[in-house]
Design a binder for this molecule. Structure first.
Ligand code: C5P
Length: 243
């Protein structure tokens, strides 16, 4: 097979030039990283699971009218996506205190939040993705006021959809991160969900046992990451065929 042109290689994914203009091929690697890549490993099969799971969430979002970059899955590790201009922010939505919020504010992990909280982090590995406010985002021109409103609305719709899907299979959506990109129809700009939605970018706790079924299993050495992600895929009925 002719080698495709590599457009971008990140920690867990590679983007290649797509077959049509304005498309890309997103390849899911098995690499796992945490703490800004200070902790690294290769977890066999993770890329296959995340490809399937991201397909499942993004195609579900597309079908209820929440626009995403997902077009179709191509094979075990690749999907065809729309090219977007990524906004350099990580948009985090939290339903329950955990991770950096619990640490920053001295809250006990597991405390339910009075309402979903949307946070923005500036995507910059060298700075460790610092938390930023709307003031920074607008002052530095990363997004407009209209973009801010659209990003919050998009993030909260994703939260409602994902919380519902997870609740139906006995999982609490504690928090998650999305990335958002711009697409242009002539002069008209729209914001769509990009990157991936998978257990790499969510916190997922079993409602009954509290067991963690997400990347914290890797971050905190709690057992097999593949087993955790396979359990999420099994409950959702999206287990990949082997081979
Ligand atoms: O670490 P923190 O508590 O801020 O993470 C919030 C959520 O965002 C978690 O679900 C985590 O997996 C996700 N996240 C991510 N990529 C990052 C930082 C956080 O997917 N670089």
């Amino acid at each position: 097979m002719a080698r495709r042109r590599l457009v971008y290689e990140g920690k867990a994914k590679i983007l290649y030039e797509g077959p049509e203009p304005e498309t890309l091929i997103q390849y899911f690697k098995d690499d796992a990283t945490a703490f800004n890549a200070e902790k690294k490993d290769v977890i066999e099969g993770k890329g296959v699971l995340n490809n399937r799971l991201s397909e499942y969430f993004m195609s579900g979002l597309n079908s209820i009218g929440v626009p995403t970059h997902f077009i179709k899955r191509l094979n075990m590790r690749e999907q065809l996506i729309r090219a977007v201009e990524i906004i350099p922010l990580e948009v985090v939505v939290r339903n329950v205190a955990a991770g950096s919020l619990a640490k920053r504010l001295g809250m006990e992990e597991g405390t339910a939040l009075p309402r979903p909280i949307v946070e923005f982090y500036y995507k910059d590995d060298a700075l460790g993705d610092p938390l930023v406010t709307e003031e920074h985002i607008i002052a530095f021109g990363w997004a407009s006021q209209q973009d801010m409103d659209d990003m919050v609305a998009l993030a909260l719709r994703v939260n409602d959809f994902m919380s519902g899907i997870m609740l139906a299979v006995g999982i609490r959506l504690v928090d998650f991160k999305i990335e958002i990109g711009r697409v242009f129809d002539g002069d008209f700009q729209r914001l769509i969900v990009a990157d991936e939605i998978s257990p790499d970018s969510c916190r997922l706790w079993d409602i009954e046992s509290g067991e963690k079924l997400d990347k914290d299993v890797f971050r905190r050495d709690l057992g097999s990451l593949t087993d955790a992600y396979t359990e999420v895929a099994r409950r959702l009925g999206v287990l990949p065929r082997t081979g």
